[in-house]
Design a protein around this ligand. Sequence first.
Ligand SMILES: [Zn+2]
Length: 300
Amino acid sequence: MKEFPIEVLRNNMLKYVQTYLISLNEQLNENIKYHGLDSKIAYRHTNSAIDDIADIRIVDGKSRITFYDNFLQFLWCLSYSFLVFYDQNHQRKHKDMFNEDEFAKGLSVFEAGMSLLREHNIEQFYSLPNPTEIFTNDKFNYISKGTSIFLNAFSFILCHEFGHHYFGHVDINYNPDSIEQIKNDEFNADEFAFSILTDTTDFRANWNIRYGIITALSSLIFVDSTLKGGTTHPDPDDRLKSMLENMKLEETDTLWGWASLMFLFWSRYYLEPIVLNQKFPNDYVIFLHIYETCQKRKYK
Ligand SMILES: [Zn+2]
């Protein structure tokens, strides 16, 4: 059977963690040696629409982290397409240059990624930009840069799952006493992941880590039209906002623009476009405006 193009990154994903995220690698090794973390990370081939992002559970007495190929393909599509949207938007605004073809390719990759939430269709990805063709026909380097964002988004999710192990959330004896507690565990796992990814590097200077973290959390808002986390997870927009607050960004930080695009596209895809017809002093104020608009639509 043919696999998703993301298959070619399967080895790179762990190599990336081992090579660039030294402290994560050390922590994983220590937990594998002494604290019951499984040395294998499972990579599942799926044959249906996305129904899981990643998880950690006890298998043969050890905590095993599992990833699913359809979700990883989806995550790559978001990493690539938002890079295209962001960069082309920037080119249009600041350089008066806009490449319609590239933007259209970004949109197609976005739509293909979103289709994985409804169906399992592998073939379409091979006629679109994908990680198997890094050196061909990619004059803006969107494929390799998008892959770099993807690898960091993957690392963030890996660290998040690892955080559940670290805090004992997967222990057989762990018994959270309320839904509040279960939701709090998610915020704690997010903060844990953030601190591991950023403790040895200046994350403000490292664009792919910053964009990767926000892309990983944004992937959760795209899962459906509700912005609701249900009984086991906090609302995904709250997780995203809380992470942005954690980062203590300047109001002019470009990451506000990146997060704004996520909400703009979420609203455009599921509800209706948000029209920005006023002047804003900076990216942070634009973000707040878009975020609050989505909040109103969410609680309608
Ligand atoms: Zn979690």
